[in-house]
Design a binder for this molecule. Structure first.
Ligand code: UDP
Length: 388
């Protein structure tokens, strides 16, 4: 941070009087302050000025997300509202500290991943009922369709869904050949990725931008094409997913082998993109102590609120062309100390504030606040099966 204050002063003084900047660090960037990179320096300066570290006692870093998501239900939730959205997800009830659920769950392992957290909390939870959407896509659009409380793992600002910590923190998809039962077990991934991150010196990381994943969104194409044209700068390839039919689905190339999260940490620059909704890889690659380029700001998970652009990751516009991506990667290559600081801060925010205890804490806070909004006495639905 100190370096940045100097850097910012350096930009300012370079605009006024170059001679005022005397020390080595300042001089290093002075020539560039008015160059093509000045916009980036300005954005970093703004981010550093306004950033304050959040205090995550009782998962407070994410408190505003619960507040924002529940605000629209401030007048309370009645039975009619609940019935309207019943088809939008799986119905759960908590009655006398037991958990009940619709007999059928669309994705059983996703339901298990959700239930793992709720079951832990049952002794402290009051009676309630809720609709949990296990699809990737949110359900309650602000402009059209029906309105009511539906829990989804990811959404954009266009939706009224209430965000919950995704099933895959514990169990469930997406499943790839390396993680055939679904990515799951965030507690184990944290340990493994964190260990490799600590063992891989910044100086030894490969000086390339890296991405492996399937073509769940065409926003990824620009990086793949850049990689084909500039393999010395970028190594980005499409892998197969379950929907793969032909090479057209991997942008007219054979599908690449999948790569483990820990292998990602070998590279200095890592890319995250939205998929069908937010992609699970964001939190994993932030733990690598590499710089994460996060493309698009629209798709969210609950913990994104604590991540700040230019502090924890490099923000990239979702409409970026390959030239824009090249420009940003080259900026980071040229300003290695800036890159290293973002990489370290990205690691710290996830390592310190996205532990399993934080996930449980978020679920607890969310369910307690939600239950207070129910305006009716919840009666046991005989169609549900007991889970706990
Ligand atoms: N993934 C991985 N290695 C790969 C390809 C994918 O670890 O080589 C992970 C990726 O990080 C993500 C999940 O598998 O969490 C699914 O990735 P994909 O790109 O297929 O879809 P997304 O969920 O990102 O839209």
């Amino acid at each position: 941070i100190n370096k940045f204050i100097v850097l910012v002063k350096c930009i300012e003084c370079s605009l006024e009087d170059n001679k005022k900047c005397t020390n080595g660090f300042e001089n290093k960037y002075i020539e560039e302050a008015n160059t093509k990179y000045s916009i980036i320096f300005k954005q970093i300066e703004e981010a550093r000025k306004t950033f304050t570290t959040c205090n995550n006692t009782k998962c407070s870093c994410y408190a505003s997300v619960i507040e924002n998501d529940l605000k629209i239900f401030g007048d309370g939730i009645d039975k009619a509202m609940m019935e309207k959205v019943a088809s939008k997800g799986t119905k759960y009830q908590i009655i006398d500290h037991h958990l009940y659920r619709d007999k059928n769950c669309m994705f059983p392992s996703r339901c298990s991943g959700i239930e793992h957290f709720i079951i832990k909390l049952l002794p402290k939870l009051p009676n309630m009922e809720l609709i949990i959407n296990t699809r990737d896509w949110p359900q309650i659009h602000k402009e059209y369709g029906i309105f009511g409380p539906v829990f989804s793992f990811s959404k954009t600002g266009d939706y009224h869904d209430i965000m919950y910590p995704t099933w895959s923190f514990w169990e469930g998809g997406p499943a790839i050949s390396l993680y055939p039962r679904g990515i799951g077990r965030w507690d184990q991934h944290r340990e493994e990725i964190g260990k490799v991150a600590n063992e891989t010196a910044w100086e030894n990381k490969i000086l390339k931008a890296f991405f492996r994943g399937s073509r769940t969104s065409q926003e990824r194409d620009a990086l793949i094409i850049l990689s084909r044209e500039n393999p010395e700068l970028v190594d980005a390839k499409y892998t197969k997913n379950q929907a793969w039919k032909s090479d057209a689905d991997t942008l007219y190339a054979s599908p690449a082998e999948e790569v483990t999260f820990t292998e990602h940490c070998k590279y200095k620059y890592l890319f995250n993109f939205r998929g069908v909704a937010a992609s699970f890889r964001f939190k994993h690659i932030l733990l690598c102590k590499s710089v994460v380029f996060h493309v698009g700001h629209e798709w969210l998970e609950f913990f994104y609120s604590a991540l700040k652009p230019w502090i924890h990751y490099v923000p990239v516009d979702s409409n970026s062309r390959k030239e824009d991506l090249k420009f940003l990667i080259e900026f980071m290559k040229k300003h290695d100390d800036v890159a290293k600081e973002i990489a370290q801060d990205g690691f710290k925010i996830i390592w310190n504030n996205l532990k399993m205890t934080d996930i449980v804490c978020y679920w607890r806070k969310l369910l307690l606040k939600y239950a207070k909004l129910l305006k009716y006495k919840v009666k046991k639905d005989p169609n549900l099966i007991r889970i706990s």
